[in-house]
Design a protein around this ligand. Structure first.
Ligand code: NDP
Length: 309
């Protein structure tokens, strides 16, 4: 039986090697070479062409190559009744924690301002606010959010979280649902978006949300570009209400060369690399899922298409 790999972002040779070490019998096909479509049991995908998965009559599993699943669910011709799984992987989570801590500490210690002062030859000492008075709001308290929150709490930040459903967050203050959204915003000096992209979270980081943040708040988006309304962010920074932003994800990727984010002095940008899938770490989960679906069981980290994550 065969696996079909569809991704322009991930290395097919890394995945072929990692999967073969666990399941040598599994034939590895790379889109658009389908071989015999009826032999393909699992599609391992990142941004597959719409309709591609409908060509596979015996597909048992659609496995995302990343933690997000929006790139699968947006396919209007997605086959019905094939389970969809996303990755939850220790290496992916570790990278995200590292990245979020970097972005938060960058703002907390005002590195951007210090760098600007350096370039002007200005010996400028900026006293950081005591860490416990630096309030971090975390939108999303799933696998990534919980791990990031643990690291930030251990550093001493005052973290508040926001989720869709009521959640116990230990000693942290937590809010949920649309009624809890303004609450988390008003106490977020640093706001981090770690939400899945769904119809409910699309465009959530907009002018109204920014206006509800404290003066000089800082926005970190590591989730998906479409969570953010770009022009609203630029307006809120340029009118002085927000102190800046750190962005890893963009509505259009790569970001068009004429986009205002590129050269904005108060925006740090990275090209969607906060957490990158490592085949040797994530392959075990793919093979375990294949074994589960072969025996009629649901895969791990099954996605609910109704709620979009
Ligand atoms: P999870 O599914 O584990 O967690 C999602 C969290 O978001 C949950 O706490 C959930 O609430 C909350 N949530 C979902 N919808 C809403 C809503 N409408 N209102 C409020 N809260 C909501 O996801 P992960 O933590 O694994 O990943 C989060 C996202 O991070 C991914 O979907 C992906 O987009 C992004 N990501 C980005 C990467 C990058 O390199 N930039 C790499 C990996 C992931 P509840 O607890 O109630 O279910």
């Amino acid at each position: 039986m065969a696996l079909l790999f569809i991704s322009k972002n991930d290395s097919p040779s890394d995945w072929q090697e990692a999967l073969a070490s666990l399941e040598p019998e599994l034939e590895f096909k790379i889109w658009p070479d389908l071989g015999k479509p009826s032999e393909i049991e699992v599609a391992l995908v990142w941004n597959h062409p719409a309709g591609a998965l409908g060509l596979l009559p015996n597909l048992k599993l659609i496995q995302s190559l990343g933690a997000g699943i929006d790139h699968v669910l947006t396919d209007p011709r997605l086959p019905k009744n094939v389970p969809i799984a996303r990755l939850v992987d220790t290496e992916l989570t570790r990278q995200m924690v590292e990245y979020v801590v970097l972005a938060v500490l960058n703002r907390h210690r005002r590195i951007d301002e210090l760098r600007r002062a350096q370039l002007s030859g200005d010996w400028q000492v900026i006293q950081p606010v005591p860490i416990g008075r630096s309030r971090v709001g975390l939108l999303g308290f799933g696998h990534m959010g919980q791990a990031a929150s643990n690291a930030l709490v251990n550093l001493g930040f005052n973290v508040t979280v926001w989720t869709r459903t009521p959640r116990s967050a230990g000693s942290l203050t937590s809010y949920h649902g649309s009624e809890g959204f303004p609450e988390v915003l008003q106490t977020s000096d640093i706001l981090i978006c770690l939400l899945p992209l769904t119809p409910k979270t699309h465009g959530l980081l907009n002018a109204k949300a920014f206006a509800a943040l404290p003066a000089e708040a800082y926005v970190i988006n590591v989730a998906r570009g479409a969570h953010l309304v770009d022009e609203d962010l630029l307006a809120a920074i340029d009118n002085g209400h927000l102190s800046g932003a750190w962005l890893d994800v963009f509505d259009e990727e790569p970001l068009p060369p004429d986009h205002s984010f590129w050269a904005h002095p108060q925006i740090v940008m990275t090209p969607h690399l906060a957490a990158l899938t490592v085949a040797s770490s994530a392959a075990t989960q793919v093979i375990n899922n294949l074994r589960l679906v072969r025996t009629g069981k649901p895969p791990q980290n099954l996605v609910n298409p109704e709620i979009g994550y």
